[in-house]
Design a binder for this molecule. Structure first.
Ligand code: PLP
Length: 389
C-alpha cells in the first residue's frame, strides 16, 4: 500500500466534501434540493471581464510561460484599486504578490512563517483553510473563540499567555465567514497593537471586503496605521467580481512577507495564465458598477431571507457583510443533527456550524447564493416543519 507522508495525515478532513456528498444523494433520488450550504457565487462574471479574457487569449505572448510572480500591470491594477477604495498606498513591486486565489496564500503564509511547535492563532468558528496551512507546516493551532456576546470578535485578553508567547502568526477575517459580521476600525487598531507587542504576524483575510450591507463599507486592515509593519491582507477577485473559477487573489502589505510568499511560489508555479492576469486587471481598473449591483443584490437577498425568518419566528442577527447568514439552531438539535434533518425533511442544504470549529456549534450557516424566490421557498419549507414560534 502507498503510505502518505505524515503531513498529509495531519490535514483536517474536508468537511464540505461530506456536505456535497450528502446533498448529491438527495439530488440523485430526484428531490428538488435548495443548496444554501456552499459559498460559491451563483452569478456569472461581468461580460466586459469575460470579453477581456477572450481578446487576451489571442495574444501569443501569453501562450508562453508567464513571468515568475505575475505581471507588473496586474500588481499596479490592484494597487490602484486599494488607493481608490481605501486610500491605501501599495508599492506594486514589493508589496503585492499574485496568488492562485486567496486560498493558496492562506496556506503558503503558514508554511513561510511556522516551524513545528510554533503556534498559530485561528478564529473559531472560522474558514477551515486556515487549519490546512498550519497542519502542513507541522505547527499547532490555538483557537480564538468568536462569541456572539463579543460581536464575534476575538477577545485577545482571554487567550492563554503561553499560546500568545508561542504564536508567530494569526488569522483574522472580516467581513467574517461564517458569522457575517464586519469589524470596526478600532478592532484593527487593537489587533495591530496586540500583534506588535507579541511579535505576531497578522494575516487579514479580506475575501468579503467588497460586501458590506446597510451602507457600511468594510474597513481594510491596511487602512490602519502600523498595519504594514505587522502583517498582510489577502484579497481576492472571487467574490467581488464573481470570478471564483478564475483563481485570482493577492497578498498585500508587508514587503518581507510578500517576498516570502513569492519565494515559496517560485517553487510551485510561475504564475497565472497571462490572459487571466490581463482580464483581472480590467476587472480591477474598469467600471465598478457591477460591484455596487452585486452588493445591492446580496442586500436584497439578505432582506428577503430575514423578512421571511422574522415571519416564521426564527430570530437571528442580520448579516452585516459577506454573503452568509449565521443562524442559531432550535433547541434539541446540534448543528449537525439540525442540518441532517433539514436535508432529509425539507431538502435544504445548510452548513452545520461545527464544521467551522467547536464554537460554531449551535449555529448553521446559510448562503445568500440563490434567488430571493428560492430563499423564500426554503423558509416556507422550514416553516412547514413547525419548529419555531
Ligand atoms: N477566505 C474566506 C473567508 C473565504 O470564504 C474564501 C472562499 O470561500 C476564501 C478566503 C478563498 O477564496 P479564493 O481562494 O477563491 O480567493
Amino acid at each position: 500500500p502507498m503510505i502518505p507522508a505524515q503531513r498529509l495525515q495531519e490535514l483536517p478532513t474536508q468537511f464540505f466534501a461530506t456536505l456535497v456528498r450528502k446533498a448529491n444523494v438527495q439530488i440523485a433520488a430526484g428531490h428538488d434540493v435548495i443548496n444554501l450550504g456552499q459559498g460559491n457565487p451563483d452569478r456569472p462574471t461581468p461580460p466586459h471581464i469575460v470579453k477581456a479574457l477572450q481578446q487576451a487569449a489571442e495574444n501569443p505572448q501569453y501562450h508562453r510561460y508567464p513571468p515568475f510572480n505575475g505581471y507588473l500591470f496586474l500588481k499596479e491594477a490592484v494597487a490602484q484599486r486599494y488607493r481608490e477604495d481605501y486610500g491605501v498606498e501599495l508599492d506594486p513591486e514589493t508589496e503585492v504578490a499574485v496568488l492562485f486565489g486567496g486560498k493558496t496564500g492562506l496556506v503558503e503564509i503558514a508554511q513561510c512563517l511556522l516551524n513545528p511547535g510554533d503556534v498559530c492563532l485561528v478564529p473559531d468558528p472560522g474558514y477551515p483553510d486556515y487549519w490546512s496551512g498550519v497542519a502542513l507546516a507541522g505547527a499547532r493551532m490555538a483557537f480564538m473563540p468568536l462569541l456572539e456576546s463579543n460581536g464575534f470578535l476575538p477577545d485577545y485578553s482571554a487567550l492563554s499567555a503561553d499560546d500568545v508567547n508561542r504564536a508567530k502568526l494569526m488569522f483574522i477575517n472580516y467581513p467574517n465567514n461564517p458569522t457575517a459580521v464586519s469589524a470596526p476600525a478600532s478592532f484593527y487598531e487593537e489587533t495591530i497593537a496586540f500583534a506588535a507587542k507579541h511579535g505576531i504576524v497578522v494575516a487579514s483575510d479580506f475575501a468579503y471586503g467588497a460586501i458590506g450591507f446597510d451602507g457600511q463599507k468594510p474597513v481594510s486592515f491596511l487602512q490602519l496605521p502600523g498595519a504594514k509593519e505587522v502583517g498582510v491582507e489577502f484579497y481576492t477577485l472571487s467574490k467581488t467580481y464573481n470570478m471564483a473559477g478564475w483563481r485570482v487573489g493577492f497578498c498585500l502589505g508587508n514587503p518581507e512577507i510578500v517576498r516570502m510568499i513569492n519565494l515559496i511560489q517560485d517553487h510551485y508555479y510561475c504564475s497565472l495564465f497571462g490572459g487571466i492576469q490581463e482580464a483581472a486587471a480590467v476587472a480591477l481598473t474598469g467600471p465598478q458598477d457591477s460591484v455596487h449591483e452585486l452588493v445591492q443584490m446580496y442586500q436584497s437577498r439578505r432582506d428577503a431571507l430575514f423578512g421571511a425568518l422574522d415571519r416564521i419566528g426564527w430570530q437571528a442577527s442580520r448579516s452585516q457583510g459577506s454573503f452568509f447568514t449565521w443562524l442559531p439552531v432550535p433547541k434539541g438539535y446540534t448543528s449537525e443533527s439540525f442540518s441532517d434533518m433539514l436535508l432529509e425533511q425539507a431538502k435544504i442544504v445548510v452548513a452545520p456550524g461545527v464544521g467551522f470549529g467547536d464554537h460554531g456549534e449551535g449555529y448553521v450557516r446559510l448562503g445568500l447564493l440563490s434567488t430571493e424566490e428560492r430563499l423564500r421557498e426554503a423558509v416556507d419549507r422550514i416553516d412547514a416543519l413547525r419548529l419555531f414560534g
